[in-house]
Design a protein around this ligand. Structure first.
Ligand code: PLP
Length: 393
């Protein structure tokens, strides 16, 4: 990466960790197919097993409960399905309940038809309305099949965390299946799948310093599993066919191992940096809106808005100052649209929000350079507000 640029868009994707790169390079030279029984195949298989243990350890699950996928989007498309197996028996799920602030890969609803999906409301800070969830599940007709609930652990735009254990209690009581998108949370907060009440969670390699194009489904057990999205040669115990991608999987495993090793240190260091940044932003722009600032949030994320300045304009200004931040989430096509997250929170979507997401590579100097750019952009905004006759805050 260009050294003169500052990268503060870790929630879109985190830079590849050196340990992940090393593991990938080593795996690239493995000649064997992990399904082959000869020594070369067994070596590739054993590297994948190491990665499976590393991924499992990060979320507090047994390695046998990890199924590798091409990323979180594939994991969501696999899990959000009416068709499950409970051992040899079929299990039918008749309705999907998703929170309004989910990532598009969850909002798309997997294999559920449009009229089999309901939205769970969120409050002004983007937190799931537990009373609404309870009411939806009470109204669910179990004679048609089981309910499934999909809720994220932390939001990709705002960083706001959901009360997953309370959600799990409600879903378990209703006899439903809980799927948790832990993509942004993994490596940024402790996760313990055991005794969490979560049936399935999924994570993505590239958000925690691994390569793009790898992810995992982690299940609470091995008996209840979705019918495979990709049937075929029976890899991943038949849950996801196709020859495994050892470099991507090994890089993912190494990134998980680093995330786990550094978790407490990085949480406090990154959190301190974020808090210092946020404090200085508030001091220089007291009218700056920081979404969810009093809620439990990922320690690395600030989602803010400067009244009178569109988020996209601010993003371009930061980019010109050499700083990569994003206006809301990373859009696949590069286009910027109104944030569905802000809309669900009942906030002003016209101004949008600028997302600053930092990580292990963010230095104190980066923070200072960001603040200098922030002050410059803010004073331009104040000048323009004055010219328009709007009183400065
Ligand atoms: N879920 C969340 C919360 C995300 O932030 C993302 C990526 O932006 C995804 C799912 C999709 O992940 P992947 O890029 O691995 O498909």
């Amino acid at each position: 990466m260009n050294k003169s640029r500052i990268y503060m868009d870790y929630n879109a994707t985190a830079p590849l960790l050196p340990q992940a790169r090393e593991a990938m390079l080593a795996a690239l030279d493995l000649p064997g197919n992990p399904s082959s029984v000869h020594a070369e195949g067994r070596l590739a298989r054993s590297r994948i097993s190491t990665a499976r243990r590393q991924v499992a350890a990060l979320v507090g699950a047994p390695a046998a409960h990890v199924t590798f996928t091409s990323g979180a989007t594939e994991a969501a498309a696999t899990l959000l399905s009416p068709h499950y197996k409970m051992g040899k028996a079929d299990l039918f799920i008749s309705h999907l309940y998703v929170s309004a602030v989910e990532h598009p890969c969850v909002l798309a609803g997997g294999h559920f038809a449009h009229d089999e999906i309901s939205t769970i409301k969120v409050d002004h800070d983007g937190i799931v309305d537990l009373a609404h969830l309870t009411a939806l599940l009470e109204a669910h007709d179990r004679s048609t099949g089981l309910p499934m609930v999909a809720v994220q652990m932390a939001n990709n735009e705002t960083g706001i965390c959901q009360p997953v254990s309370q959600v799990a209690e409600i879903v378990n009581k209703a006899g439903g299946i809980l799927v948790v998108d832990a993509v942004q949370a993994a490596g940024r907060m402790p996760i313990d799948m055991s005794a969490s009440g979560i049936d399935f969670l999924f994570i993505s390699s590239h958000k925690l310093g691994g390569p793009k194009g790898a992810g995992a489904i982690v299940s609470a057990g091995e008996i209840m599993m979705p019918k495979p999205l990709i049937p075929g040669g029976g890899q991943e115990k038949g849950h996801r066919s196709g020859t495994e991608n050892p470099p991507a999987i090994c890089g993912f495993g190494a990134a998980c191992a680093m995330a786990l090793e550094n978790l407490s240190e990085s949480l406090s260091d990154i959190g301190d940096r974020r808090d210092a940044l946020e404090g200085a932003m508030r001091a220089s722009a007291p009218d700056c809106i920081i979404y969810g600032q009093d809620q439990m949030r990922l320690v690395n994320t600030i989602f803010f808005c400067l009244p009178g300045l569109k988020a996209e304009t601010a993003q371009i200004s930061f980019d010109l100052e050499g700083i990569a931040v994003s206006a809301g989430s990373a859009c696949s096509s590069g286009k910027v649209g109104p944030s569905h997250v802000l809309a669900a929170m009942g906030r002003d979507t016209a101004l949008g929000g600028v997302r600053v997401s930092i990580g292990s590579g963010t230095s104190a100097e980066d923070v200072n350079r960001f603040l200098a750019a922030f002050e410059k952009i803010n004073s331009k905004r104040l000048d323009q507000l004055l010219k328009k006759g709007t009183p400065a805050p």
